[in-house]
Design a protein around this ligand. Structure first.
Ligand SMILES: [Zn+2]
Ligand SMILES: [Zn+2]
Length: 260
């Protein structure tokens, strides 16, 4: 299994965890649920953390992770985000008030726990192991990027949090090697107005968005709000029949990057 779904939901409640996806052992996408889902040995293997945006459900565990790693780390953990994301992290999270600035801890000559690495939208970042990640701007209430994760012969797309958008689908339609798409569906249809304001999808707008996809690939839904979970499951069975599966926290997927 190469994709471990540490957190698949759009909030936290007993049995539900916010967004975190661990690809292979070392590449983490979003940081909503790390410390309560992995053992220390597994945490120590994470080397790259890609943040789609700065909403709490996507960065919540980053500070606790930095704290856990202090003194155990052999090199800085790389945190990737656009300039907006990194600025917000510096000013509002690792600001020595909410939490210490782990990009300066421990002090020289020791290596800090975290290193912030700036992403440019639509510019591919190359990683060890023949892997690369393309940040794709999507439409949410704060600057947000989807991620296309690529490795030889295959790729997958993570939409992050988004309302209706276009570039994501353009990229999806250009990839012959796409193994799956993880798509935001956050609110039930009766809350369409809230979903529009919060720039998320409902099963109805997800269905409309999926008409932009011109290829037959597995669709995996994430970010269902725990308070409306069963209502949404029932609604999605009606509105999106045969059009994908809902991810659950703790689930593992095989996207074909190594042994099953
Ligand atoms: Zn968000
Ligand atoms: Zn979110």
């Amino acid at each position: 299994m190469d994709l471990h779904i540490l957190g698949a939901e759009g909030g936290e409640l007993f049995g539900y965890k916010p967004a975190s996806f661990l690809f292979q052992e070392d590449l983490l996408i979003d940081a909503g649920s790390i410390c309560s889902t992995l053992r220390l040995e597994a945490l120590l293997q994470i080397e790259h953390v890609f943040l789609s945006h700065t909403h709490l459900d996507h960065i919540k565990d980053l500070g606790l992770l930095a704290d856990l790693l202090t003194g155990l780390h052999s090199k800085p953990l790389k945190i990737y985000g656009t300039a907006d994301v990194l600025k917000t992290l510096r000013e509002h999270y690792f600001n020595n008030k909410i939490w210490p600035d782990f990009t300066q801890i421990p002090p020289p000559p020791m290596m800090p726990v975290l290193e912030l690495v700036e992403l440019e939208p639509m510019v591919t970042v190359h990683l060890p192991g023949d892997r690369s990640v393309l940040p794709i701007p999507v439409h949410h209430t704060v600057p947000t990027c989807a991620f296309l994760v690529m490795w030889p012969g295959h790729s997958f797309l993570y939409s992050a949090d988004t309302g209706p958008t276009d570039l994501l689908w353009q990229v999806a339609n250009q990839r012959d090697d796409l193994r799956g798409l993880i798509l935001d569906v956050a609110f039930p249809i009766r809350m369409q107005m809230i979903a529009n304001l919060a720039k998320h999808l409902t099963p109805q707008t997800a269905k409309e968005e999926l008409r932009k996809l011109k290829r037959d690939i597995p669709i995996y839904y994430f970010h269902l709000k725990p308070a409306f979970y069963q209502e949404m499951v029932d609604e999605m069975a009606q509105i999106l029949p045969g059009m994908g599966t809902i991810l659950r926290s703790g689930q593992e997927l095989w996207l074909g990057s190594g042994p099953a």
